[in-house]
Design a binder for this molecule. Structure first.
Ligand SMILES: C[S@@+](CC[C@H](N)C(=O)[O-])C[C@H]1O[C@@H](n2cnc3c(N)ncnc32)[C@H](O)[C@@H]1O
Length: 233
C-alpha cells in the first residue's frame, strides 16, 4: 500500500484550521484515500476547506476550495508552508458555496468533495451546481453522509443509473462515481421513492392510512389493480 506522508503528518499534529483551535477535518482514512488516489493532472473542487485542502495541495491538482472564511485560507496556506507543501495550485473562492457556485466559471472536474455547509439544502445545492461538470468516471465524495441533507444525495445516486455508490472512504464519507451525463428525472412517483415515503407531516393517527393508500394505489401494481376493479365494476 502506498504511504501517506501528508496525512501521517496531519494526524501526528491535528491542525486547528477553522478558527476554533480544534481539528474539524475529514476522517484520517478519507484523507489517506485522497492522498493515495489524487493525480496531479486532475481538476478538483471542494466546498469547505481544511486538512483536505492541504492534501489536494500536496497532490498538485488544479484545485478550488469554496469557503466563506478568508481566515481559513491564511491558516491553510501557513500550514502548507510548515509542511513544505506548495499551495500555489489551490485557489480559494471566498463566500458561501450557494452564491459562489451559482456564478462559478465551470470546468470539467475529476473529483469533488462536498464538505461545506451541512444544513438543508446546501449539500444538495453544492451537488447540483457541480455534478453536471464532473467527468464521466469522475468521483464525488460526500462527507457527513449520515446527515439528512447529504444522505438524500446518496439515496438518489443509489437509484439513478447515471451514478454508482462505491465503498465509502471513511465511516462518514460516501463515494459516488458518475457513470453518465444525465439530468435527474423530473418525475418522482411512488416507484422512484423505492418505498422510502415519509408521512411525518400528518398527525400519527392519519399516517398509516395515508401510507397504505399511497403505497398500494400509486405503484404500478396498485394502478393495475385499480384498473381491473374499475373494469369489473
Ligand atoms: C467540516 S469543515 C470542512 C473540513 C475540511 N474538509 C477538512 O478536511 O478539514 C466545514 C467547512 O465548511 C465551511 N463552510 C461553512 N459554511 C459554508 C458555506 N455556506 N459554503 C461553503 N463552505 C462553508 C467552513 O468554513 C469549513 O471550512
Amino acid at each position: 500500500m502506498t504511504s501517506t506522508p501528508i496525512t501521517d503528518a496531519l494526524r501526528s499534529a491535528p491542525p486547528g484550521l477553522h478558527g476554533t483551535g480544534e481539528y474539524w477535518g475529514l476522517a484520517w482514512s478519507a484523507l489517506e484515500w485522497l492522498e493515495r488516489n489524487l493525480r496531479p493532472e486532475w481538476s478538483t473542487l471542494e466546498t469547505g476547506a481544511g486538512a483536505s485542502t492541504i492534501v489536494f495541495a500536496a497532490a498538485g491538482t488544479a484545485h478550488e476550495a469554496v469557503t466563506p472564511d478568508a481566515g481559513e485560507e491564511e491558516r491553510i496556506r501557513a500550514r502548507c508552508s510548515e509542511l513544505g507543501v506548495e499551495s500555489g495550485a489551490v485557489s480559494f473562492l471566498i463566500g458561501p458555496s450557494h452564491e459562489i457556485l451559482a456564478r462559478w466559471e465551470p470546468r470539467p472536474l475529476d473529483l469533488v468533495l462536498v464538505d461545506g455547509a451541512h444544513g438543508f439544502p446546501y449539500p444538495v445545492l453544492d451537488w447540483w451546481h457541480v455534478a453536471p461538470h464532473v467527468r464521466v468516471g469522475g468521483t464525488v465524495l460526500l462527507d457527513d453522509a449520515y446527515l439528512p441533507a447529504v444522505s438524500s444525495i446518496v439515496d438518489f445516486a443509489r437509484d439513478n443509473a447515471a451514478w454508482r455508490v462505491d465503498d465509502a472512504v471513511s465511516f462518514r464519507t460516501a463515494r459516488l462515481t458518475k457513470l453518465a451525463d444525465e439530468e435527474p428525472p423530473f418525475f418522482a412517483g411512488a416507484d422512484a421513492s423505492r418505498g422510502r415515503m415519509r408521512f411525518a407531516y400528518l398527525p400519527p393517527h392519519r399516517r398509516v392510512v395515508a401510507s397504505t393508500r399511497q403505497r398500494v394505489f400509486s405503484t404500478r401494481a396498485g394502478l393495475w389493480a385499480v384498473r381491473r376493479l374499475r373494469r369489473g365494476a
